[in-house]
Design a protein around this ligand. Structure first.
Ligand code: ADP
Ligand code: MG
Length: 377
């Protein structure tokens, strides 16, 4: 049963240390699909109020038609989104504040967690008609960035079978390395973008490059983690200061305990690796919650990449996606368990922004900046 929630930042108030906040955790319930209805699904998820959700376990015993209620468990989160919630509502409640921070030179991360088919990609990428968090965040950035000395750059990568690949220009696998801004993928394409339409097109194209494998359980299902990184650079008018805010938006692979299905083929190896990244994620979550000294980030590519977001100075949001159907009870229970655990993770509030003093610009840059300055008044 979920405990009481404390407001972000509350924990460290009144001390000299960097104030602590915690990962904000949201749950999004998707509508029952036609397939689920046809299979005789009953809803096992009930939204109690804006923050609470209850999960009912049914037992069919030998009589499939007469499901018996076994028990209810209740969970509390920062917000619970019913199936009628729009993409814009999900964005404004979960992510809009992070975007504000990024504009001021802070880092933010949003990741979607849940079983295959629970609505992660719909939430993150969405469709042309109903764009998701990735697109709405960038749209919001464009509308707030009016000065010419801002630039927005995108990179989009996937982690598949513990290999990192560039989704914007697919080619050979990339290596991860540490630098002073955190973990970066060496040689990853960074694309400057100027309009929301361009971004949508880029992401749709990138998503086609994602590795999907048909499994025996689902026709197609995402076996990879997709990570969109948006870097917003702000150069002061005199060209001396550079602020960089980084927003990471992550569509994780399905969290179902894959795969008891096809043991002798590629898919069992795949399953092991998906488990490796998600398992490593759960080990890190556990270690962080328990306040351990050593957090095993290096156990997988995903946790290496998420190191900053989980344990560093970063504002982090988790969106847990769930299906209402009682046929997915096990997956939903698993998702709510990890979501409940994740809200215990303390992060450090970033009190300073990512800012550096650049070398004195050369004379040509000075001239450009001077002209910009004149034009902006
Ligand atoms: P996942 O990425 O978690 O495997 P998807 O996002 O692909 O799952 O969702 C599975 C299906 O359910 C898709 O057809 C998607 O369009 C639909 N879907 C998911 N969430 C919603 C929602 N909130 N409203 C309407 N349709 C949804
Ligand atoms: Mg998906």
């Amino acid at each position: 049963v979920g405990g009481k929630l404390k407001a972000a930042g509350e924990a460290g108030a009144g001390t000299d240390e960097a104030p602590e906040s915690r990962i904000l955790v949201f749950v999004r319930l998707r509508p029952m699909s036609r397939k689920e209805k046809e299979a005789g699904s009953r809803s096992c998820v009930k939204i109690v109020n804006r923050k609470e959700v209850s999960l009912t376990e049914f037992s069919s015993e030998n009589d499939y038609l007469r499901l018996k209620r076994v028990r209810d468990s209740q969970f509390c989160f920062d917000s619970v989104f019913p199936d009628s919630t729009t993409q814009a509502e999900v964005y404004s409640t979960s992510t809009a504040d992070l975007v504000e921070g990024v504009l001021q030179g802070r880092n933010g991360t949003v990741f979607c967690y849940g079983a295959t088919g629970a609505g992660k990609t719909y939430t993150m990428l969405g469709t042309m008609e109903n764009p998701g968090v990735m697109v709405l965040a960038i749209h919001d950035l464009f509308s707030k960035v009016t000065q010419r000395n801002h630039s927005i750059k995108l990179s989009y990568l996937e982690i598949y079978n513990e290999t990192v690949r560039d989704l914007l220009s697919p080619g050979s696998p990339l290596n991860l390395r540490e630098d002073k801004q955190g973990t970066v993928a060496a040689g990853l394409t960074q694309r400057s973008v100027y309009s929301t339409d361009e971004v949508m097109e880029l992401l749709q194209k990138g998503n086609k490059n994602r590795t999907t494998e048909p499994t025996l359980v689902n026709e197609t299902s995402s076996r990879s983690h997709a990570v969109l990184q948006v870097a917003v650079e702000y150069r002061s008018l005199d060209g001396v200061n550079l602020k960089v805010g980084k927003l990471s938006l992550i569509d994780l692979a399905g969290s179902e305990r894959a795969l008891a299905t096809d043991q002798r083929t590629q898919r069992s190896i795949e399953g092991a690796n998906i488990n490796r990244s998600l398992l490593a994620l759960s080990s890190c979550i556990n270690a962080l919650v328990e306040g351990k000294k050593h957090i095993p980030y290096r156990n997988s590519k995903l946790t290496q990449l998420l190191k900053d977001s989980l344990g560093g100075s970063c504002n982090t949001v988790m969106i847990a996606n769930i299906s209402p159907s009682h046929l997915s009870f096990g997956e939903t229970q698993n998702t709510l368990h990890w979501a409940d655990r994740a809200k215990e993770i303390k992060t450090k509030t970033q009190t300073t922004v990512n800012e550096e003093v650049l070398d004195q610009p050369d004379s040509k840059t000075m001239l450009v900046l001077e002209l910009q300055k004149q034009n902006s008044v």
